[in-house]
Design a protein around this ligand. Structure first.
Ligand SMILES: *[C@@H]1O[C@H](CO)[C@@H](O)[C@H](O)[C@H]1NC(C)=O
Ligand SMILES: *[C@@H]1O[C@H](CO)[C@@H](O)[C@H](O)[C@H]1NC(C)=O
Ligand SMILES: *[C@@H]1O[C@H](CO)[C@@H](O)[C@H](O)[C@H]1NC(C)=O
Ligand SMILES: *[C@@H]1O[C@H](CO)[C@@H](O)[C@H](O)[C@H]1NC(C)=O
Ligand SMILES: *[C@@H]1O[C@H](CO)[C@@H](O)[C@H](O)[C@H]1NC(C)=O
Ligand SMILES: *[C@@H]1O[C@H](CO)[C@@H](O)[C@H](O)[C@H]1NC(C)=O
Length: 352
């Protein structure tokens, strides 16, 4: 065989190899699991995962000082920097998926390859005071894109759906009905509706559906302000525990019904918050419950300004050592600490 022929055969072989690896998807080792190149992340829910869907004219998220830590200006995230979605995407070795707000038919195909985020700040499984789409409506928007072949069934079966919801349902309940005795039955209906939404996602083809456990609402600055940010409100946290137990029961039942224990999983945000808040110094968090950014009077929020553009809020010196950013949301450092805790106890069992 002359060297030209050898070279030709070698080239053909490598071409075949390239074609084969393209066909079956390059596999990349990550943690304990193999990720397919085609894996995408689709995100549904509220401000804990919104990376810029909320209307720019709304207060917060698109206003200074949101985003001051990273990237240095507001991006529509309800934090000083990265939020849960960014950490989940990083774990999956994906870029943060594009927000639905940025999508139209002119968006280049490669911008869609990490998935899409449908989450809106302020939304719940039921309608809230937010004008954003509720969970059902967000899933319908996604389904519409599937009908239009923006995403295919094989995109979906290889992907992860992440659902962050219910905190706003309870805030809205408190703001409207407010009755503590009525709370347990309202929790049951929130979990019921969440379950209906999870089943809907599965019926659209998702084989990995991850729902976040509800964060300890009683530890959020809006609840701890009445104790000058000294202690969590255990009444609220007990209600959250009820929510999370019902969710666990419901998800366990769903998996049993379809005889696959891996389809629906719960990311235990509650435990992540609890562990970090019980031992903040191990994560270099010095300010535990007091938020970094807050209104100078109780009627103002982080990001609000008066008619002369004078700030009506104060920002702390060190967001990187403060757990909470505003009255509801962690800082980037807070999310990072929660993420590290969750990773320690085995994210590979939940997100894959
Ligand atoms: C954003 O809010 C403004 C003012 O409320 C409204 O006019 C506009 O239609 C909204 N944009 C979107 C995309 O919802
Ligand atoms: C969600 O929003 C849609 C559209 O606005 C509405 O028709 C539906 O009743 C809402 N669903 C729930 C469960 O509140
Ligand atoms: C709010 O209270 C009213 C009257 O007590 C009740 O009919 C309604 O179902 C409650 N709403 C929720 C969401 O629990
Ligand atoms: C939730 O769903 C279960 C079974 O699907 C039903 O028995 C129960 O009454 C529902 N609860 C509420 C509060 O809607
Ligand atoms: C928790 O919040 C509820 C409702 O605002 C309030 O009635 C209760 O006193 C608070 N409990 C504690 C321990 O702060
Ligand atoms: C429900 O809780 C039990 C006990 O903590 C846990 O072992 C199980 O993994 C949970 N189920 C889901 C679906 O998260």
């Amino acid at each position: 065989m002359n060297s030209h022929k050898q070279l030709f055969i070698l080239s053909c072989l490598s071409l075949v190899l390239v074609l084969l690896s393209g066909q079956f998807g390059l596999q990349v080792e990550a943690g304990h699991h193999i990720h397919h190149r085609s894996k995408k992340l689709f995100v549904f829910g509220d401000s804990y995962v919104d990376t810029g869907n909320t209307n720019k004219s709304k207060p917060g998220s698109w206003k200074e000082p949101y985003g001051i830590t990273s990237p240095g200006k507001p991006t529509g995230r309800f934090s000083d920097g990265r939020v849960l979605t960014d950490f989940i995407a990083k774990y999956l070795r994906l870029r943060t998926p594009i927000t639905h707000r940025l999508w139209d038919y002119t968006v280049p195909k490669h911008s869609l390859k990490y998935g899409m985020n449908f989450a809106y700040g302020g939304t719940g499984v039921f309608d809230t005071s937010s004008s954003g789409p509720n969970m059902t409506a967000q899933i319908d928007i996604f389904n519409q894109l599937v009908q239009e072949n923006v995403y295919t069934l094989s995109d979906i079966t290889n992907s992860i759906a992440y659902v962050s919801v219910a905190g706003n349902d309870y805030n809205y309940y408190l703001a409207t009905n407010g009755s503590l005795p009525g709370f347990p039955s309202f929790i049951a209906s929130v979990v019921n509706q969440t379950t209906i939404n999870l089943i809907h996602l599965q019926s659209l083809g998702f084989k990995r559906i991850v729902v976040g456990a509800l964060q300890p609402l009683g530890c959020l600055p809006q609840a701890t302000a009445q104790t000058s940010f000294q202690s969590c409100n255990s009444t609220f946290n007990d209600l959250v525990t009820l929510h999370n137990n019902l969710l666990n029961r419901s998800v366990t039942k769903l998996n049993q019904e379809i005889n696959d224990h891996n389809t629906f999983t719960i990311l235990d945000i509650f435990d992540g918050f609890r562990t970090v808040l019980n031992n903040p110094s191990s994560h270099n968090i010095k300010e535990r419950l007091k938020p970094c950014c807050f209104g100078v009077s109780s009627e103002y929020n982080c990001g609000s300004v008066d008619e002369n553009n004078v700030k009506k809020y104060l920002v702390c010196e060190n967001p990187e050592s403060t757990f909470f950013w505003d009255e509801l949301h962690p800082t980037q450092a807070g999310w990072n600490a929660v993420y590290n805790e969750l990773e320690k106890r085995g994210l590979y069992k939940i997100l894959y």
